[in-house]
Design a protein around this ligand. Structure first.
Ligand code: LER
Ligand code: MN
Length: 269
């Protein structure tokens, strides 16, 4: 297992991104702390100079294991389940736009809030159907380039569409694409999943990516989640991907990054 931490390429409103702002300075700090990679939050890949970005990550020896897409929801309101067809199409198009960059870096494309919420006037079943259809289209568009997609179960206070890992496994069956799997985020699982370890075991080889934050969404070690048990379980299921830190920059971004890698090292050595 390898380590990474979430970094935004632009200033973002989402509060659990530890590092925002000056990209190169942040990449340097992350590399010096000993992380293996940076997970990039990218609103629109068409507005990002991929060559320049990768020149920086590669110069510091960091991989890019995942791309977060949630800013397209947060800043532009794009989603797979909007009542407006044009908005749903734009959301699918945006995910497809991430494919070339993801193919270059081997990153998984994360579908978090880009799936949307169930908007007023829309039935849950209708929204679910739109989501399945969008995920089938995006998975099919990504497959020829060997790119994988993950859906992240997100807690009930943010969306009513897929809150737990077992619910996501049902969705994966409905979508039926080999390159579509689950991202397990410990912050959300602590709220929604009956047993985090059991959920990870159930996910097995369908677990493509992991976010670590503690129960209070501070760095691992600042709350009451048993990370030793989770890392043991990840090993047990043969998970060979990244553990990516997605925690609030509390008490500040640097402390969050330092403490997170310190906690992870205790279990990963
Ligand atoms: C994104 O990875 C996440 O965990 C969500 O809380 C975003 O709203
Ligand atoms: Mn997350």
């Amino acid at each position: 297992m390898k380590t990474s931490i979430v970094l935004s390429t632009h200033q973002a409103r989402f509060s659990a991104v530890a590092f925002k702002g000056d990209f190169e300075a942040n990449v340097l700090k992350i590399a010096e702390l000993g992380y293996d990679g940076v997970e990039l939050a990218i609103r629109d890949p068409n507005l990002v100079d991929a060559d320049a970005l990768l020149a920086v990550t590669e110069a510091h020896g960091l991989s890019v294991p995942a791309i977060g897409t949630g800013q397209a929801w947060g800043e532009e309101g794009l989603s797979f389940t909007d009542p407006e067809e044009s908005v749903r199409k734009a959301a699918i198009g945006r995910v497809c736009d991430h494919v070339p960059f993801a193919a270059r870096t081997g990153a998984v494309i994360i579908i978090g809030l880009l799936r949307g919420i169930v908007k007023p006037g829309v039935e849950h079943e209708q929204a679910y159907g739109w989501m399945v259809d969008a995920l089938q289209r995006c998975s099919a568009a990504a497959a020829p380039d060997g790119v994988r997609l993950v859906l992240e179960p997100i807690n009930r206070y943010e969306t009513s569409l897929v809150n737990s890992v077992p619910e996501c496994l049902e969705l994966i069956d409905a979508v039926g694409a080999d390159n579509f799997g689950v991202l397990a985020d410990t912050f959300h699982m602590n709220i929604e999943d009956a047993s985090m370890a059991d959920s990870l075991r159930q996910a097995g080889s369908r677990l493509f990516h992991v976010h670590f934050a503690d129960s209070n969404r501070w760095y691992p070690g600042a709350g009451h989640i048993d990370f030793a048990d989770l890392v043991r379980t990840l090993r047990e299921i043969g998970y060979g991907g990244y553990i990516s830190i997605e925690a609030m920059p509390m008490p500040d971004a640097d402390t969050c990054a330092v403490e997170s890698i310190r906690t992870l090292r205790q279990f990963l050595c």
